[in-house]
Design a binder for this molecule. Structure first.
Ligand SMILES: Cc1cc2nc3c(=O)[nH]c(=O)nc-3n(C[C@H](O)[C@H](O)[C@H](O)COP(=O)(O)OP(=O)(O)OC[C@H]3O[C@@H](n4cnc5c(N)ncnc54)[C@H](O)[C@@H]3O)c2cc1C
Ligand code: FES
Length: 294
């Protein structure tokens, strides 16, 4: 997989256009960019990300803080937080970045309070992003929970090529689904509790589908993002069916630029069989599934 490609990355000020709740647990943040940021983000690949500065955003009122986050909420936000994009639109010298997020801790709690006109700083674009393999005629997207956002962006990019795309989206239950379909793409849903779609793990649904449909492995590619245990399952299925597979990994990231060495991913060199570490922020977050030791 290619290393971080963007020579145009920088620190940019963005302006909040909107921040809406789109489900029980999910929010959509839209940011306006202009000037050099437009140049930097116009070539951003799906799966690339940015480090967001959220320390200056306000906390929600006490009543709006879920009990389970009450202690965490007061923690200082020392580090920026990484987020990928669900969409990027560029028109002339203006642009819009879209982020789908769920509230997990102090930074995302603050993110919730951002309103139109607020400014937030981000460093990006960072990381490598998914690589679109033009010779593949079928792309299978497999998303688990909050792994959906970069795959929405990828689906849009794939729609510009001749690649047929099908998406498998899994979540614990209906209320935990960030979206019930990916625009213009046949989307199959699974929930662990069966509240909507296939009852069971998204990996089980994928395997059933592969057995039934028997796509040509040489012309097929799987792209996946979600909980690491799910991606390990997808990687195993891809290997079993001999299908190329790219995984977008997550690590807690301090710098996001390769300096702190804190986001190690254990990998194997396929030629030499040597085991070593790569950096999720710089060499990833997207890796070939068969190079990652899960
Ligand atoms: C490349 C990349 C892209 C991402 N894209 C998105 C996105 O599009 N939408 C989205 O909602 N989130 C995304 N994340 C995760 C996001 O960075 C974390 O949810 C966020 O940092 C949580 O900050 P917090 O202060 O609210 O919670 P914290 O208190 O920092 O974390 C809350 C809980 O989440 C865990 N956590 C924190 N950061 C991560 C992480 N990076 N990976 C796994 N677990 C983590 C913590 O261990 C803790 O249990 C992405 C992460 C990476 C590395
Ligand atoms: S986050 Fe610092 S090296 Fe990756």
């Amino acid at each position: 997989m290619e290393k971080c490609t963007s020579k145009k990355k920088g620190i940019f000020s963005t302006s909040v256009l909107g921040n809406e709740q789109i489900g029980e647990c999910f929010y959509r943040l839209s940011l306006a960019i202009e000037g050099k940021a437009v140049e930097a983000f116009s070539t951003t690949k799906p799966g690339q990300f940015a480090e967001f500065e959220l320390s200056n955003a306000s906390l929600p009122s006490v009543e709006q803080i879920p009990n389970e986050l009450a202690d965490k909420a007061l923690r200082q936000i020392i580090l920026r937080r990484p987020f990928s994009f669900s969409d990027i639109e560029i028109a002339g010298n203006k642009g819009k970045l879209e982020v789908l997020y769920c509230v997990l801790g102090p930074a995302t709690l603050r993110m919730k309070t951002l309103a139109a006109g607020d400014k937030i700083s981000l460093i990006g674009p960072l990381g490598n992003g998914f690589s679109i393999e033009r010779e593949k005629s079928l792309a299978i997207l497999v998303a688990g929970g909050m792994g959906v956002p970069p795959l929405l962006h990828l689906a849009k990019e794939l729609s510009k090529s001749n690649t047929k795309t099908i998406a498998f989206v899994g979540a614990r239950s209906c209320s935990q689904l960030p979206c019930s379909e990916i625009k213009n793409v046949q989307t199959l849903i699974s929930t662990d509790d069966g509240s909507i779609g296939f009852k069971g793990f998204v990996t089980a649904m994928l395997k059933e589908w592969l057995i039934k449909e028997k796509p040509d492995a040489t012309k097929t590619i799987i792209y996946t993002c979600g909980p690491e245990i799910m991606m390990a399952g997808v990687a195993k299925i891809a290997a079993e069916f001999n299908i190329a597979c790219q995984v977008s990994l997550e690590r807690v990231m301090a710098c996001g630029t390769g300096l702190c060495q804190g986001c190690a991913v254990k990998c194997i060199d396929k030629k030499t069989q040597e085991v070593g570490y790569k950096l999720c922020c710089k060499d990833g977050p997207v890796f070939w599934a068969n190079e990652v030791i899960f």
